[in-house]
Ligand binder design. Structure first.
Ligand code: SF4
Length: 114
């Protein structure tokens, strides 16, 4: 038996999952899907910043374009920490492609024009 708090929406339902992956305590189907994924293949959306050469900013905010396997988070942060880009950059620009062979890209989340 495992207990989890659903993080899919702010309601934060307290979930219980038995050994056969039967989920209870969820107030909607997304909670069941979250609990099963969390116990079989947990993922997270990663947000961070990268260095940028720009007149306006020293860091550019970035995030993964889809959830990354949780066990890859530290390796991904190491890659992100070694990146330096130059302005201009637009929201959605791919900063790092297919990181760690996961088919997940790191994309910019801010327009920095110069
Ligand atoms: S189970 Fe549904 S209602 Fe409850 S926190 Fe998760 S997404 Fe929100």
């Amino acid at each position: 038996m495992k207990e989890l708090i659903c993080i899919v929406c702010p309601r934060g339902c307290h979930l219980t999952v038995d050994d056969n992956l039967n989920v209870s305590g969820n107030n909607c189907p997304r909670g069941e899907a979250y609990a099963k994924a969390e116990l079989t293949h947990p993922t997270r959306t990663l947000t961070s910043t990268v260095k940028i050469t720009s007149k306006l900013e020293v860091r550019c905010p970035v995030k993964t374009d889809k959830p990354l396997p949780k066990e890859k988070i530290y390796e991904a942060m190491d890659l992100i920490n070694h990146v330096k880009i130059s302005a201009p950059v637009k929201i959605g620009d791919i900063i790092l492609e297919n990181i760690l062979g996961t088919d997940v890209n790191i994309v910019a989340t801010k327009n920095i024009n110069e």
